[in-house]
Design a protein around this ligand. Structure first.
Ligand code: PEP
Length: 253
């Protein structure tokens, strides 16, 4: 079975003390993950080491970064490299979140460099794609997300693409309380898998987890995650509330 993942994206929220308490509250629920399930906590950089040590004894729970820089090292004040993440035991990183594409002008080609640097440094990219409302209203969502994948991922050989995770996050559903219906999510995930299959063959496409993100909540996670091609979720707002995220973890297939 493909990996099923619940990934928390805390963004720029919580003090260190609040972050520690939230992690404790979630881990205290004692949810044992199966071999094919994983939980990721994408926390602000200053909390990565604390997160890593909190999850150390918990099989299949991992810390993750929310971003890394698109250069390997050098005079880039304030930036963090994929190599640095790996050196502190952080082996997952969100790449290309729509907020980074929008507010920090990240392009497909910069994201390609980030993906490469992550893979070179044994950091698994959680690669985000997704269309805006005008793009969906114009019926161009499939072409749009396909070009995000081809622009940043399709240079990878088969043995590398197998390492990544994809998160489909329609921008109109992020932080808006407006979730894609399970039918819309399944339709897009199925399309993304077919695009991967055209490029790499079905065996590889069937291995790559595709998470859904966009107002995943405790009360809709089960229905979304039950879709054949939805392999869990990338969760913003609801991952900041212990009980809600606990219920989202338990909704994994
Ligand atoms: C996100 O930021 O990746 C996200 C999906 O946020 P939310 O769950 O709040 O919509």
């Amino acid at each position: 079975m493909r990996k099923q993942i619940a990934a928390a994206n805390w963004k720029m929220n919580l003090t260190f003390q609040e972050a520690e308490k939230l992690l404790d509250d979630i881990l205290d629920a004692g949810i044992k993950l199966t071999d094919h399930q994983e939980v990721l906590f994408a926390v602000p950089y200053p909390y990565l080491l604390m997160t890593r040590s909190e999850v150390e004894e918990e099989p299949n729970y991992h810390g993750a970064a929310q971003n890394c820089y698109h250069k390997s090292a050098g005079s880039y004040t304030g930036e963090v490299s994929a190599e640095m993440l790996h050196s502190i035991g952080i082996n997952y990183c969100i790449i290309g979140h729509s907020e980074r594409r929008e507010f920090f002008n990240e392009t497909n080609s910069m994201l390609m460099d980030k993906v490469n640097l992550c893979l070179e440094n044994h950091v698994i990219p959680v690669f985000c794609c997704g269309e805006s409302l005008p793009v969906r209203d114009a019926g161009r969502q499939n072409d749009f997300v396909a070009s995000q994948l081809s622009g940043s991922l399709f240079h990878l050989p088969a043995d590398k693409i197998k390492m990544i995770m994809i998160a489909y996050e329609p921008i109109w559903a992020i932080g808006t309380g407006k979730t894609a219906s399970s039918a819309q999510a399944q339709e897009m995930h199925h399309f993304l898998r077919s695009v991967l299959a055209d490029q790499y063959g079905t065996a590889i496409a069937d291995e790559i987890p595709i998470l859904y993100g966009g107002s995943v909540k405790a009360n809709n996670a089960k229905e979304l995650f039950s879709c054949t091609d939805v392999d869990g979720g990338l969760v913003g707002g609801a991952s900041l509330i212990a009980q809600d995220f606990i219920e989202i973890i338990t909704a994994l297939k």
